[in-house]
Design a protein around this ligand. Sequence first.
Ligand SMILES: Nc1ncnc2c1ncn2[C@@H]1O[C@H](COP(=O)(O)OP(=O)(O)O)[C@@H](O)[C@H]1O
Ligand SMILES: [Mg+2]
Length: 342
Amino acid sequence: MNMLKILVLMHEDLVPPDSMKGFADKEIVEWKTEYDVVSSLKAMGHEVQPVGVFDDLGAIRRAIQEFEPDIAFNILEEFHGNSLYDYHVASYLELLKLPYTGCNPRGLMIAHDKALSKKLFTFHRISTPKFIVFPMGEKIKIPKSIRYPLIIKSLVEEGSYGLSQASVVNTQDKMIERIEYLHSKLNTHVLAEEYIEGREIYISIIGNSRLQTFPLIELEFGEMPDDAHKIATSKVKWDWRYQKQHKINLVAASNLDAKLIKKLYSVGKRIYKILGLSGYARIDLRLTEDNAIYVLEANANPDIGYGEETSTAADLSGLNYEQLLQKIINLGLSYKPETARI
Ligand SMILES: Nc1ncnc2c1ncn2[C@@H]1O[C@H](COP(=O)(O)OP(=O)(O)O)[C@@H](O)[C@H]1O
Ligand SMILES: [Mg+2]
């Protein structure tokens, strides 16, 4: 394998220590992805330099000048504390002509806006829950025709941020309360969406023009209380103790017939193309009892930590973590920004 000089771009607060020893789960969960990527790239024999970024593009520019990397491994998810700025950073790398891993700026921007992506899904007859956007700073007007239950979430945040059991609402009062809460807590526009009862399935896809799908993953809700909504709240996603306690696990999706599996892969790949994604991505969807597919969102640059959805899916296809990272690097090296889809 060719040894490469790899700059790993990450948030400055998440630059990982050399070892996990002595840290509590609550601390590790914050920078585990950064740790997994940096330590694995080193173990693979690459020369690795982590760069922490907050609001200074100069840090990236200086690191490129001094270290002269072959590629940037991009796991930076925000700039200036704003997760919508992630695509500007990818644009900056393109302008500097440095190859980078993951999605191109345009794909990042479109996938990040859940309402915009859902409009594109609808145009292409891919079903997605009906929705309304409640912009910040505007009076909340609830249409009379609205049907409950609804789920209230941020238009742009990721990683189940702001999602709890209280996100599913059955009355207008609860709905307004939750919208106001998210406006003030997350400082983003809010999406109210038809709540879809069903299984939670993830499709992991990797590639630039030729796409490869990994086996379908399901989030199993194990032994959550009967009256709890089976959704990926932030507790379900990030609290390792809670996951163990309630037997919440990422598993290979089983009991899906061959025709349905084919349909799911086809929907996933169409979405990847429709949104113009590159590198690697994960499509989140709900599958109802009668096997209707409702796409929730597409994640460009999904969490690439070991044991998260993408690496679990890759593992099931026989690709171990290091092989997955290497594939992502190779895709970054071969991506040609000037041929980005329009
Ligand atoms: N319309 C919906 N119906 C049912 N569950 C939903 C719906 N929207 C979101 N969820 C639940 O909330 C989780 C997070 O929502 P998602 O839109 O994927 O946001 P995030 O970007 O935080 O992952 C989903 O994985 C799912 O469990
Ligand atoms: Mg999601």
